[in-house]
Design a protein around this ligand. Sequence first.
Ligand SMILES: [Fe+2]
Ligand SMILES: [Fe+2]
Length: 272
Amino acid sequence: MTIEKTTVRIPGLTKRYTFCHISDVHVAYARPDEPKEAREMAEKHAQRWSPNGILPVDALDAALNHADRIHADGVFLCGDCADYLSDGTAAYLHDRIARTETEVFFVCGNHEGGDYYKKVEDLRVCYPVYADLMYGSPAFWVRDMGEFLIIGMDDSDKNIRREQISALEEQLERGKPIVLLIHIPVYTAAIDPPVRTQWGPGGCDYFTLGLPHDPPLSREFCKLLSQKDNNIAAIFAGHIHLAHEGEFAPGKMQYTSAPTFTGYLREVTLEG
Ligand SMILES: [Fe+2]
Ligand SMILES: [Fe+2]
């Protein structure tokens, strides 16, 4: 496993906290009793997401075992943990996460509700399947860690809703530092060059949020995050399949994890 260590300073914290930031595991799994097509599809996709010869399920194991071993305060699982919506994959992930001693903070990616072979009208179709991993509220959830808040927001269809913005504004009012988990990273000057290099000149259109063609509320959300002096201390995301860190506001960093199917994990220390 490749472990990248990152320290985030959050003024006011009196303790040190360690989190494991992972994303884009792209697990595809079918139980032995599922129909042949389901098993073949899972096998095909598991191979597809094993460029380094590590199966996604093994990469997930390694990451969660590492979190347990170091007694992390939590795992930031920033989306695309599943490769597509299926019973076998969802059951597998629930079981694996339940066997993890460390608390896992889960947000949806565009793959949790995705289907390679059918058009999905609304990616939120996966909400009932994964809601229990997100305090029953996949669009927006809050976990109060005492000295700071961890907030998970679903931005995986690039369509932020008014209720999500209102919920975030309400939490910003509380005055506690916020660690925000999303799937699609916010567009920034810093993220532009690496995304272009990896995904081509139009890469940021698909892989980031907040460009002029994105819906007005999504742009409003990004603007809110970049406002000077708000309480958003750090953003953790995935989706671009690249490890990146760059400012989303002066002195405040957004991090994306390289895909965990490659055996990558970011070990994050939060301290005052
Ligand atoms: Fe992904
Ligand atoms: Fe994604």
